[in-house]
Design a protein around this ligand. Structure first.
Ligand SMILES: [Zn+2]
Length: 193
């Protein structure tokens, strides 16, 4: 019994060390590699160009209603998100799952259903932050992510997997995929710049 416990302890320590080594590899590697090899992307999305996507006044009114509901402490339902989000062709939102711009919430049609709700809830939290009705928060992306994730945990997982698969096809090399995905993870999920 003692031997077994000792062995389990060693296995646990081994796994922990491997994990720490992997994180260090991603952290140090991404800092060096991304600086040298990846040009800064400009974030001008087609959906945010009003000549291509004119502002939808009906959706603006829906969002106003949800800001009012949040102010009164009401919960946000899936039906609310259905009314609030605008689903967009993947080509008009390459590299991103969703965006809040021109006062509206856009979500990529490339996402699985639950992931769409998760992303819509994340972007809606940005609306609340912008309108001053969100919970006190130091890091907008980090908070939007965890609030949306606590309401749509399956959507969060689907979003991670579908983003990784898409990134694998879009990124020019496996290193950019690995390091780029790590930078996105640490920014959105750990709240690190
Ligand atoms: Zn965001």
């Amino acid at each position: 019994m003692k031997k077994k416990r000792k062995l389990l302890g060693k296995v646990f320590l081994g796994v922990l060390l491997l994990l720490v080594a992997f994180v260090l590899f991603l952290e140090i590697g991404s800092r060096r590699y991304m600086k040298k090899h990846v040009p800064q992307r400009s974030f001008d999305f087609v959906v945010c160009d009003q000549s291509k996507y004119p502002v939808d006044e009906d959706k603006i009114q829906v969002l106003k209603g949800l800001v009012g509901a949040r102010r009164e402490g009401q919960a946000i339902t899936q039906e609310d998100l259905n009314r609030a989000m605008i689903v967009v062709r993947e080509e008009d939102m390459t590299h991103i799952n969703g965006v809040y711009c021109n006062g509206l919430i856009y979500v990529s049609e490339a996402l699985p259903e639950k992931a769409m709700y998760y992303v819509a809830r994340h972007e809606l939290e940005h609306v609340f932050q912008h309108r001053g009705v969100a919970r006190e928060c130091d890091n907008d992306e980090f908070c939007a992510n965890w609030i949306a994730g606590s309401e749509y945990p399956l959507g969060l997982l689907q979003t991670i997997f579908s983003s990784l698969i898409r990134a694998y096809h879009l990124y020019p090399s496996v290193w950019v995929f690995l390091y780029g995905s790590w930078r996105i993870f640490r920014y959105y999920f750990l709240g690190l710049g």
